[in-house]
Write a protein that binds this ligand. Sequence first.
Ligand SMILES: NC(=O)c1ncn([C@@H]2O[C@H](COP(=O)(O)O)[C@@H](O)[C@H]2O)c1NC=O
Length: 521
Amino acid sequence: MSTSTEGRRPVKRALLSVWYKDGIVELAQALHAAGVEIVSTGSTASTVEKAGVPVTRVEELTGFPEILSDRVKTLHPKVHAGLLADLRLDGHVQELAELGIEPFDLLVSNLYPFTETVASGAGVEDCIAKIDIGGPAMVRSAAKNHASVAVVTSVDAYGLIAEAVKAGGFTLAERKVLAARAFADIAEYDVAVARWTATALTENAQWPAFEGLALKLENTLRYGENPHQQAALYVDAAAPAGLAQAELLHGIEMSFNNYVDADAAWRSANDFTEPCVAIIKHANPCGIAVGADVAEAHRKAHACDPLSAYGGVIAVNQEVTVELAKQLDGILTEAIVAPSYQQEALEVFRAKKKLRVLAAPAWNPAPAEIKQVSGGVLVQSADRVDASGDDPANWTLATGEALTGADLADLVFAWRAVRGVKSNAILLAKDGATVGVGMGQVNRVDSAHLAVNRAGAERAEGSVAASDAFFPFPDGLQVLIDAGVKAVAQPGGSIRDAEVIEAAAKAGLTVYLTGTRHFYH
Ligand SMILES: NC(=O)c1ncn([C@@H]2O[C@H](COP(=O)(O)O)[C@@H](O)[C@H]2O)c1NC=O
């Protein structure tokens, strides 16, 4: 808040109308002690009165009872004129005097718990009952009229009220900040109501006619994808908590690219239930592996491509152990994200100045993904592992011998890991670890070459492979055959599937068709 005293207006009269009563008694006591007259609604007034603080009830002010199950209580000129009168204007001051209306200097209001009611699974009528009408109207009035009125919508800001009252009132700068915050709170509330009504009150359950986002600034970042780009992190209170809410336990602030890579890593690591480590650079995996524990998973993931892992971002799907932490000695790592850390692991990390250590909330991905295009956004349901094509029981053996045991486990691993590779993606795996990843090429043959080259002849021989989409021609598959790959999982569905399968059959290669594609752009 500003320290400027410009436009400080004493608080003589306050209107309190809050759903959440925490802190309201202490606030009312502080206002009363400072000689502020308090006007209040129904149960807010009762709460404050019980604590021995005198209150004028809104009904006394309006001369009208609170009616229609509380639907109408503050919707009255004596309330709104008191909030909207611009006291810089002689005309407004005169009109108030003629009508016997007293102005308010402060409004404290928070709204009916609409979002919580919807989240509780309440019925439509109960949700509708929790759409606050009078509260937002008052907040908008006071925020519009910040030249004369201070408006507080958050319990967190009660401390500021007591300070400001003591200091002789809010400054104009403070009232402006509070007004902007209040309008943002109302907008967030309205977005929640509009999103819910767009589905609950219409037939358009999947693609409602309105989709809204209410984003709040969490942090400004040093720069964006490149140093000449400005950037900031905004959070979406309506979305499940994720990386944006992760706690930075150690290290310098996250960069834009750290967030992008950490998000890709977090998604990949959480595609597995067994201990898993994903090492990501430029949103692509340098290595993904599962192991008996996270330290082993890290050793295997790092071994995939130690050169590329330099300066990477690591995600771990389980608690980071001290053993894993010690393994990072000598490996430059930009950031590590995990659900939690052993205390001794954190101590090891504290010696690393350049490493950011993030504790992320439990993996709970949003059901829909949004991608910006010029002039709009694309929205799609998220690509999740539970699709039927990810269960090998639903795969079709197109040619070759059926896999069992460790070989089948490796192919299932490869198919799951390839989801984290940018298309066109070919991924080679052995012993629960990637050994060669070919990503982001504009044809599948080049991705196959890249995967084989990264693996090297020895590791490619006898590995299994996953392809995120079908082989349009046998050429990409032939690269894998030539490298000695023994089995491939791919969606199938090409008009040349027969040609591709024939090439595999000739080579004695096992090919499973998953029936599901996992493009990732
Ligand atoms: N109907 C009205 O005129 C009205 N005026 C204020 N409210 C809300 O009523 C609540 C406070 O009521 P109470 O003090 O009775 O708990 C606040 O959340 C406030 O936003 C209203 N309720 C709903 O619209």
